[in-house]
Write a protein that binds this ligand. Sequence first.
Ligand code: PRX
Length: 694
Amino acid sequence: MIPDRAPVEKDVYHAAPEVVNGAHVPNFQKYKELYLQSIQNPEEFWGRIAKEYYWKTPQTGKFLDYNFDLSKGKIYTKWMEGATTNICYNLLDRNVHQKKLGDKIAFYWEGNDPEDCMQVTYKELLKQVCKFANVLRSQGVKKGDRVSVYMPMMIESVVVMLACTRIGAIHSVVFAGFSAESLCERILDSHCSLLVTADGFYRGDKPINLKQIADEALRKCRDRNFHVGRCIVVKHLGVTEATGATDETCTVKASSDTSQSPPAKRSCYNLQITWNADVDIWWHDLMKGASDKCEPEWCDFEDPLFILYTSGSTGKPKGVQHAVGGYLLYTATTFKYVFDYKPDDVYWCTADIGWITGHSYIVYGPLANGATSVMFEGIPTYPNVSRLWEIIDKYKVTTFYTAPTAIRLLMKYGEEPVKKFSRKSLKILGTVGEPINPEAWLWYYNVVGNSKCPIMDTFWQTETGGHMMTPLPAAIPLKPGSATFPFFGVTPAILNESGEELEGVAEGYLVFKTPWPSIMRTIYGNHQRFETTYFKRFPGYFVTGDGCKRDKDGYYWITGRIDDMLNVSGHLLSTAEVESALIEHAAVAEAATVSHPHPIKGECLYCFVTLRDGHEFTETLVTELKDQVREKIGPIATPDYVQNAPGLPKTRSGKIMRRILRKIARNEKDLGDTSTLADGTVIEELFKNRCRTA
Ligand code: PRX
């Protein structure tokens, strides 16, 4: 499956000698050798890696046991039977005590405003985590309990996540851009007993009153008879709770001691928050008296580590559940090899910790390796479009991992804002989240990376926990837009409609044949949905939902989703989720949503709505509908286009033909096969009503 030799054509990008020197995997032959070992003898391969980590008790039973075939019974994956550990212990105590990295910087935190920054060492992080773990215990949180985390990009978010894992509690981080309704839905689904949030934060120059959204989510939970016992609030912007007035000082947060009440960051901030003394409690009040020693809870390799919600094609988000041991081994190993990590590197991943990329490659992977990372609260265009490049120079970042949407956004401003900064520390670049178009790839490579830094185009999913298809910096020559080859332990296949494996040059469904350590273990509270979603269509395989091509050199090219999912700025959304938000409006009888190409976001939402009798399609209605989706799901789901559709194209059995709607949105007159269309007369009207698209 893996060719013997890497291609040599000139459209292939080979690593420069400085990348190859000292690389963990210096050439293609070595990659192939290690890959074959990992596939032929997973026990030896992963067993050797496991020895680098701390196990309270060793493996006693089978190394790997699994079933991917529904006809043989329940789907499961179990590794290293009998082994117990604690992931927080491996990330912090092991690095501080055994590796003597206590004084090494774990995070450089860079705030939304350039002058707002701080840093935290491994030793300090361990203390803060122990304190908050004790706080959680004092609030009655026990092993297996779910804790909801709704926080901006701040060190305290990492502290909460690791404190949960220290006591065996399960964190469920909800991206701080999600709405109150989305937060409520996620709290209810996983029955979280406690919520941790912050007063507010800035996104560029826009203040976000996070506490107010969290309050509304908790009120919605109460309306549905679910009571979250406690809401712990981190004072990030420095509001005072009683009056909602702002502290008058304007000081930069410079201390990493998160148990102190931080000073206000801005003097002119007029955020109002309400305080419910029965539920709300300030973080710093709880941290003040907490001990910084906390015995970890020893967990089974297969114990749940966290839940992270991802969109599902039925519209109801899926609580993807990962397991302690496998997630540790896989995120640590992918981080080490894919970014060719060296102890002096300064690594920066621009994702938000509310997504899987933030979990795996801001928190777990880098800390497991004892790495120094930059954590950035702001956005690429504030206070100006050079911000990312300025940060790279400020911290001498060696490894930079971002999303194609950010690259496309910054490309718009030309080379000058990039070239104002040297970026000479950069060694390795990465992308994730969606296919990267060759034009963006080349700009990233030539302009940002000065034509010397290889780009790791990493394909993976919330469900996979870590990189699945990815280059390795020195070993795999690059083709712009290809995620290249499988990582160690990953067995991809391309299937046709009938489920047959295709060899050689081929295009079809991307599946995986065997488990890797960080495969999701279940959907929280709904194992059957897990089995149906990922294992039913092609028995014996994990189905990704993505299409894929293999070229003559064996390179894999991800072609995008082949289900009812959309990828907006690298974030998955389901059409059903957006449609149900639209239908809740009194004027809407029916709605259909399709993806539409967008120059920066990759894809955006184009919605068709059929109105109820007596309602008129107006500009005001369009604004109301956009607001409604924003309100229900969050700003990322705001439709770009809403079109009036007196009738929708349907099959005779009543299924909406989104394929046709996609063509109408793009003004493509060749609709392909329309023989199953029940009523062809709707088409002309739909073309007539088209929105003018960019
Ligand atoms: O469609 C693929 C796309 O993002 C989906 C996974 O989304 P999510 O679970 O939110 O995780 C995103 C971060 C890992 C995939 O099914 N995707 C992700 N990375 C790539 C990609 N598509 C093409 N190339 C990639 N490198």
